[in-house]
Structures are given as C-alpha cells and as structure tokens.
Design a protein around this ligand. Structure first.
Ligand code: DX5
Ligand code: ZN
Length: 218
C-alpha cells in the first residue's frame, strides 16, 4: 500500500496571494499541491487556468496535481502540461477519447489520472485502470469547496481498491471533497492513499499538525 500523501487544494487558499498560498504548502515540507480547474460547464463554477498554473510554477518545486473539471479536457492537455502540471487528471463522464487523452498526457511527460463523480459507478473507469497513475474518487459533487463528505461513496472506493489488488496495478487512489483527518482515516481504511484537502487544510489552526496527522495515517 502506498504511503499517505496530502495534496492541499489551492482552491481554498487566498487567491489574492496565490504565491503565498503555494509557499504555505511547501514550507510544511509537503510534496504535492492540488490544482482545481473549472470551466463553468462541466461544473457550475470557475477557478483558474493554465496562465495561473504557469505563473506559480517558477516559485515552486511542488508536484502539481492538476484536476481538470472540464467538458472538453482533451482540448487543454498541452496547455496544462506546458504550464508546468506534473500530473493531469481527467473526468470519465464527458464523451471524448479517454484512453487516447490519457496516452497524450503521458506522452507530454506528465502522470495521468482518471476521475469519477459520486454518481458514476466504478465500472465506468474499469477499462482505463491499466492506463493510469491515479484514480481520483470524488467524495463531493465537484464545483465548490467546503461541501460535506459523501459517505455513500465508500463502497465504490473499496471496490476500486479491490480491483487494484486483483489486477496487480499500482495506481494511487485519491479522494477529494470534504476531507479532514477523520474522513481521511475512513477513506484510508477503504484503500485510499492520497488525500485532497482544501477548506480543512487552509483553515486549520495548526497546519503542520494537520499535515502530520494525514501523513501518519496507518
Ligand atoms: C471540488 C474540488 C475540490 C475542492 C475540495 O470541486 O475538486 O478539490 O477544492 O475542497 P474541500 O476540501 O473544501 O472539500
Ligand atoms: Zn479537486
């Protein structure tokens, strides 16, 4: 089983001082940061785009864990790779060439991930499991930070974790939405190893303790 990784979501950081919000992650000795990209179509909200990713890239050595919430992600892969994303994750729900897009992400030198919404069954992603470095299981309906954790997603998380073992695959299993130390522990028990936290991280009274608690999940 992979060691736990915390991937703080910049969406919940101070957007007037994005550089400082990125440094706050790096200064804790963390290695990942989660970048939420929204297009106002796939989700009813906007966040930021490749120009912003490129602007924060020179000041950071963090692994840019990029989550594209886009109707047409295949059109923007190159833009995010060139902006400095280290990993690009795309949703399974829109209709486009998923396998081909994952292969293009890899060819651009990035790791690739597949994402599924709470209402999407595990069977939808099974064909692409051998192609990915990461599976991102949404534990809220994407679009906004600060929503309550969806416990009904837990059986699906377990199922994907079981499939990983049965198939002998090594992709990371990430959860995103309503994650704090307690819900991360619940997800860890079902096989998750990578934890996105926006609100709970940036609002934590003691971020170092929050990070240590996630990193030490058994
Ligand atoms: C949801 C985004 C999440 C979000 C998580 O649309 O994909 O990454 O920022 O936020 P919290 O941790 O506040 O639920
Ligand atoms: Zn996300």
């Amino acid at each position: 089983m992979h060691a736990p990784i915390l991937s703080p979501s910049l969406l919940a950081g101070d957007h007037a001082q994005l550089g400082a919000s990125v440094r706050a992650v790096e200064e804790l000795g963390l290695s990942w940061i989660h970048l939420d990209i929204m297009d106002g179509h796939f989700v009813p909200n906007f966040s930021f785009g490749p120009q912003t990713v490129a602007a924060i890239r020179p000041g950071s050595k963090l692994f840019f864990d990029t989550h594209l919430m886009l109707d047409e992600p295949h059109r923007y892969i190159e833009a995010f790779a060139h902006a400095g994303s280290n990993q690009i994750s795309i949703h399974i729900e829109p209709a486009y060439d998923h396998a081909g897009t994952l292969a293009r992400i890899r060819a651009l030198g990035c790791k690739c991930g597949i994402v599924l919404n709470p209402g999407t069954p595990a069977t939808a992603i099974e064909p692409v499991l051998p192609l990915v470095d990461l599976v991102l299981v949404m534990t809220v309906q994407p679009g906004f930070g600060g929503q309550p954790f969806r416990r009904d997603v837990m059986p699906k998380l377990r199922r994907i974790s079981d499939r990983r073992r049965e198939l002998g695959l090594t992709f990371r299993l990430e959860v995103d939405g309503g994650i704090d130390v307690a819900t991360a522990a619940e997800c860890r028990a079902e096989g998750a190893d990578t934890f996105v936290a926006g609100t709970s991280f940036y609002r934590a009274a003691d971020r170092a303790k929050f990070a240590a608690d996630i990193s030490s999940l058994a």
